[in-house]
Write a protein that binds this ligand. Structure first.
Ligand SMILES: *[C@@H]1O[C@H](CO)[C@@H](O)[C@H](O)[C@H]1NC(C)=O
Ligand SMILES: *[C@@H]1O[C@H](CO)[C@@H](O)[C@H](O)[C@H]1NC(C)=O
Length: 316
């Protein structure tokens, strides 16, 4: 009898260890993520974030412009046949195709058009085909080369692609940008340590949003996340602190969620430009007015991210 119980216990334990049974704190829910950017499908930042998201067990499909399409705002035109090679020689010249895939990684697609176009065609057509009809749970854009703070978000197609999706396709979207200048091809070696750290942090924030359950984000809003320019003392994942912020100054009647002892969140540019390793997380508007108040939306995001957020210290 005793032996039978021991044996049953042993069986249970090994089943858990082998992940046959879900363990209590198992949060590895697999979600379908569409990824894009405006710097081009072969930009290193996008690929590093792709690696990190896949390492977390998610299905990730990339659909991004064939070349650098930075700063084109909401531009959106049907893809056209491409005769030249893609940026960094990442697709062959003379294909005459309006989109194409990496031959051995059919989950990586380039689209010969703007970022908004590449993202929405990816969501509605290419990723859906790849996943046999499944619609993405979440859209992630970036890591963008260069910060997108304040009024920049209107010009940035990395942000506007996220905004378009959040409104028109009502799919939650997060835009990630880092205040770096260097553009590098996907296969560049060695990978700069700081780029890897940004990608790890971006995947961590994405995972937090997923772990908080659906709906991932407030309706008609996207999340705008920015990392500061690389500088001394900000080289490891543990050096960075995330601060809940706002993109623009509040209107006279706007009250933010109560957080860090006030009812006014700091501007994201003041967070990222502050001495230290502060990254900003703000709610991005779309062209669609929201059905709820900014305050209640901030509250929903705060609930999910609370344990990874810090308060900006008083200015010295
Ligand atoms: C990418 O596009 C942006 C905006 O048009 C421009 O400022 C930048 O120089 C371009 N980069 C490259 C490598 O072409
Ligand atoms: C395509 O995928 C292969 C296999 O992962 C990789 O070796 C190659 O660098 C990729 N090329 C591009 C442009 O993505």
């Amino acid at each position: 009898m005793r032996l039978t119980i021991l044996w049953a216990l042993w069986l249970l334990e090994s089943a858990t260890a082998m992940r046959l049974l879900p363990s209590k704190n198992d949060k590895t829910e697999k979600v379908y993520i569409l990824q894009s950017n405006d710097d081009g499908w072969a930009e290193l930042g996008l690929r590093l974030l792709n690696d990190e998201l896949r390492a977390k067990g998610h299905e990730v499909f990339v659909s991004a412009p064939a070349e650098n399409m930075s700063g084109q705002g909401k531009m959106d035109k049907p893809p056209t046949p491409r005769t030249e090679a893609c940026h960094y020689d990442s697709c062959p010249a003379g294909s005459n195709l309006d989109h194409g895939f990496n031959e051995t990684r059919p989950d990586l697609a380039w689209v010969n058009s703007y970022a908004v176009t590449a993202t929405r065609f990816g969501l509605r057509v290419y990723a859906k085909q790849h996943w046999k009809g499944k619609w993405a749970d979440l859209v992630v854009t970036g890591l963008n080369v260069g910060a997108n703070l304040g009024a920049d978000v209107e010009k940035s197609s990395t942000c506007q692609a996220a905004a378009w999706i959040a409104w028109r396709d009502q799919t939650p979207a997060i835009a990630f940008s880092a205040a770096t200048r260097t553009r590098l091809p996907w296969n560049h070696q060695p990978v700069p340590d700081i780029s890897r750290v940004h990608a790890e942090l971006a995947a961590m924030i994405t995972q937090k949003i997923i772990d908080g359950g659906k709906p991932y984000l407030p309706k008609f809003r996207y999340l705008n996340v920015n990392f500061p320019a690389p500088h001394e003392g900000c080289s490891k994942v543990s050096d960075f602190k995330f601060v809940l912020s706002r993109i623009a100054e509040p209107g006279p009647k706007d009250k933010d969620v109560e957080w860090c002892g006030t009812r006014k969140l700091p501007l994201e540019k003041d967070v990222v430009q502050r001495q230290g390793c502060f990254a900003s997380i703000s709610m991005g508007n779309t062209d669609c007015p929201s059905p709820s108040t900014a305050q209640s939306e901030q509250k929903a995001v705060l609930k999910k991210l609370r344990d990874v957020l810090s308060c900006l210290p008083e200015k010295a």
